[in-house]
Design a protein around this ligand. Structure first.
Ligand code: ARG
Ligand code: ZN
Length: 871
């Protein structure tokens, strides 16, 4: 049941127009579909095959005439009409049960509202249709339902009529003039509150902007609305891209598998990424809302106006749209801080994926279940590939390429090749070598060695690249890797770079071979090397930098990313050494750590740095990151070493952290600005260091902070410390929080997650108890992610407990969840795939958890694919 890119065939029939009628009832919705079909491919005279799953077929008509078998046939996943005319009107009527839809794909009920999720293949759970993105049609949608229960009834495009049908029912008709693939179809019906604003486009179109939420949440939409308006303006200014309809709707729903969905003019969001105010949302929540609202809005051009030919091309729209939302957030906030956060996320999620059993290229070539390919590789590495193209072409060249892409492909379903061709043609450049980034999986490892010739005043770098074999790809070829390089002189400033092949534009070196050298001339003394500035290429780097070099870069690098990175590398080195020593029973070398602590002190006291950057720069790499740099992940040692280093930094820099807390206290009223968020981040990072030993003093300090907090960021920062302490402060704070927020599902998610990530030994028993908490609901994906997901993916020391209890718990949860919501179940089990990285005992336990999952008699394709490929 593997689908392959190599097997792509154009559709046999195109659909020009779709007319859908929904008679909405939670347990039995009748869907009537009238399709105008035309043969455009396939064997002449061949049957018409439509996708359909879980549909109760009531009738089929061709050109108005009712068919009966054997003129048609249905199976588990298709409707086949034999001997169809070359052009035909096909009418089908089916019944579906949205209330029983726990998969949250297709039409389902969330609380009391109807909503849809069709990407990637949910439309086939609504009606029979050629459910593939290269079939684009215009849609007219008639919604009929109970007036009191569903006063609001929405679909894509324009609302062309509303009619009272009598008997308490009403009807709304929507028409979308833009042809679209079925995955962009949406409908929403419910008793919803609405917040409205307006936007005037640069060409003068007046657009009505509406956000629909459950009643009571109207006053928590301001930030999402403001983010939408800023996104619309930014896309005009940066790319000249303007909105194309008179209305843009967003609906927030409580039960949603993913973050959000870009359905044409009717974006549907996980409520978590819309609703926010000072008392319930953290600064991170606000930043997420801003970037996800932007992401979905940007899809209107990159995804909707130009869409994907097939699902292997998913990164065509996702990588590009992530790149666009990252650029937007960088312009709205601090560019370096955003870059550091994005790289942290890439390393946390994409690097492990790319070095494990599920490694796949940005453009995958095979899948069993496409929902499993909405991955960090397709999204985040895909965005890095776009970013590298911008580096190669320059911002103007990149903009020209994008313009040509829309000129050529507006209204079409295209491929990643088409995108790169537009970039290349607009710039008269050959990107054929660069394009390997789309097809080759694995993180390239680049090794840089340096040699200084004092006599010739020449500095030579030898650059080597290597990509390890990944599943299905044993041979790897060299990639085109753009590397931004700087050489720091003794005073910390950048030296002018003149290489043997001429001046280097912005320090950019193109590594295209397996091994290359570059010599810089006129270098007075041995310089300090800064390489892959800005993290311009998504690679792993080995250098011969010394500890002193790293400390020097931490203090002086003109590239803020590289400055942060030097600290991360330095800390990683120290922790790796300590873990290796501890694992072999030796004592560590705390002396080596003093120089690092001094470098941290330097950062804290550097008045030229903004607080948000400082907060990131003093945060140690995660346990997971350190684990990846080691041949075997020594779970307990890594945890112990990192905790000890944090305690040491906290103890050595007490006075500095107290000063940082005081200096960064936000005294003015809360605002979700990057500036205030930065001060809160530094203040709370300082607090975390001061309380790193979780002793009685720490408990008191954190509790004080908890009691004083007037915003969710500070509350959560304090509570996350308190969940680790043993004193009475812990339960007092958890209970106070619960009492205050038990009626707010979104806030309770944070309460679940904090307890799930606590490193204390009794965490798993707490997690198990919390699955019985009245606020927990295994049918709600946010709840599952907050409790089970947080435990399995963000608590290495407890998830990987030596006795295997964490693995057993995860397998049990996945198995239970798989029968309800396969998509979410499959996402939970990815962590087990890294079993090869652990010691023999853990390997065996992780594998047996995977084997238990694979052995489940009725397992979804989703979980089967992840679990079987992981073994
Ligand atoms: N296209 C949506 C977004 O990135 C995500 C849809 C996810 N769908 C899925 N089946 N996994 O913005
Ligand atoms: Zn997207």
């Amino acid at each position: 049941q593997t689908v392959r890119l190599a097997d792509y065939e154009p559709p046999a029939f195109s659909v020009d127009a779709v007319d859908l009628t929904f008679d909405l009832e939670p347990q039995r919705t009748v869907v009537t579909a009238v399709l105008q079909l035309r043969r455009t491919g396939g064997a002449p005279g061949g049957p018409l095959v439509l996708d359909g799953e879980n549909l109760d077929l009531l009738e089929v008509l061709v050109n108005g005439k009712k068919l009966s078998p054997p003129a048609y046939e249905t199976s588990e996943d298709a409707l086949t009409v034999f001997d169809p005319p070359e052009a035909l009107t096909l009418e089908t009527r089916v019944a579906i049960n949205p209330k029983a839809n726990t998969r949250l794909e297709g039409l389902y009920v969330s609380n009391t509202m109807f909503c849809t999720q069709c990407e990637a293949e949910g439309f086939r759970r609504i009606t029979y249709f050629p459910d593939r993105p290269d079939v684009m049609a215009t849609y007219r949608v008639t919604l009929r339902g109970d007036k009191a229960a569903y006063p609001v009834m929405l679909s894509n495009g324009n609302n062309v009529s509303n009619t009272d049908l009598g008997g308490g029912r009403h009807e709304a008709v929507w028409e979308d003039p833009f042809p679209k693939p079925s995955y962009l179809f949406a409908l929403v019906a419910g008793d919803l509150a609405m917040v409205e604003d307006r936007f005037k486009t640069q060409s003068g179109r007046d657009v009505t902007l509406r956000i629909f939420v459950e009643h009571g949440n109207e006053d928590r939409c301001d930030y999402a609305m403001d983010s939408l308006i800023r996104s619309m303006r930014w896309d005009e200014e940066r790319f000249g891209l303007e909105y194309d309809l008179d209305i843009f709707n967003i609906v927030a729903v409580s039960d949603f598998n993913m973050g959000a969905m870009e359905n044409k003019s009717l974006n549907v969001f996980n409520a978590k990424y819309i609703l926010a105010d000072a008392s319930t949302a953290t600064d991170a929540d606000f930043a997420n809302i801003e970037s996800i609202v932007a992401h979905e809005y940007f899809h209107n051009w990159t995804g909707n106006r130009v869409t994907c030919r097939d699902w292997f091309q998913l990164s065509l729209k996702e990588g590009l749209t992530v790149f666009r939302d990252q650029e937007f957030s960088s312009d709205q906030r601090s560019r370096p801080v955003k870059r550091i956060q994005d790289v942290r996320a890439l390393r946390a999620r994409q690097f492990p994926e790319d070095s494990g059993p599920l490694s796949h290229p940005v453009r995958p070539d095979a899948y069993i279940e496409i929902n499993n390919f909405y991955t960090a590789t397709v999204y985040e590495k895909g965005a890095e590939v776009i970013g590298m193209m911008q580096t190669l072409l320059g911002q103007d060249g990149f903009n020209d390429g994008l313009r040509l892409y829309f000129e050529r492909h507006d209204g079409q379903a295209v491929t990643c090749d088409d995108f790169v061709a537009a970039m290349a043609d607009a710039n008269g450049k050959d990107l054929s070598h660069f394009k390997r980034w789309y097809s080759q999986s694995g993180t390239p490892e680049v090794t840089v060695t340096s040699a200084y010739d004092a006599g010739k005043k020449a500095y030579t770098l030898t650059l080597e690249q290597m990509t390890r074999p990944t599943p299905g790809q044993s041979e790897k070829q060299p990639l085109h890797i753009p590397l931004r390089i700087g050489l720091l002189g003794a005073n910390g400033g950048d030296l002018d770079l003149v290489s043997d092949s001429g001046a280097l534009d912005g320090g950019l070196v193109h590594l295209t071979e397996e091994r290359q050298t570059v010599t810089f001339t006129n270098i007075p003394d041995r310089p300090v090397l800064s390489v892959n500035r800005g993290f311009g290429a998504p690679i792993a780097l080995n250098t011969d930098q010394t500890d002193a070099d790293l400390a020097f870069l931490m203090a002086h690098d003109s590239d803020p990313f590289a400055r942060w990175e030097a600290g991360q590398q330095y800390a990683t080195r120290l922790m790796k050494a300590a873990v290796t020593a501890m694992a072999s029973g030796e004592a560590g070398d705390p002396k080596g750590q003093d120089a690092f602590v001094a470098a941290v002190k330097n950062i804290l006291e550097d008045n030229s740095l903004d607080p948000a950057f400082k907060a990131l720069a003093i945060t140690l790499p995660t346990e997971e990151f350190v684990g990846e740099q080691l041949p075997v992940v020594h779970v307990d040692e890594i945890h112990a070493v990192r905790a000890a280093l944090r305690r040491k930094i906290g103890a050595d820099l007490q006075a500095e952290f107290r000063a940082a807390m005081a200096a960064n206290e936000v005294r003015e009223p809360f605002a979700p600005t990057a500036e205030q968020a930065g001060r809160r981040a530094l203040r709370n990072a300082a607090l975390a260091y001061l309380t790193a030993d979780y002793g009685p003093e720490a408990a008191k300090l954190a509790k004080e902070s908890f009691d004083r907090a007037d915003n969710m960021t500070d509350t959560i920062a304090a509570l996350s410390i308190l969940t680790e302490v043993d004193g009475p402060e812990r339960s007092a704070a958890l209970e106070a929080f619960e009492t205050r927020w038990k009626d707010n599902a979104q806030v309770m998610d944070k309460w679940f997650a904090l307890q799930a990530v606590a490193s204390r030994p009794d965490t798993l028993s707490h997690v198990k108890a919390l699955t019985k908490h009245p606020c927990f609901d295994i049918r709600n994906p946010n709840k599952v992610r907050s409790l089970v997901g947080a435990f399995a993916m963000a608590n290495p020391v407890r998830f990987h407990a030596k006795d295997g209890s964490g693995y057993t718990f995860l397998a049990d949860s996945v198995i239970e969840l798989d029968s309800l919501n396969p998509q979410v179940a499959a996402r939970m089990l990815g962590t087990l795939g890294s079993w090869r990285r652990y010691d023999a005992d853990r390997q065996a336990l992780m594998r047996s958890a995977l084997e238990r999952i694979v052995a489940v008699p009725v397992l979804s394709k989703d979980s089967y694919e992840i679990a079987s490929k992981s073994l």
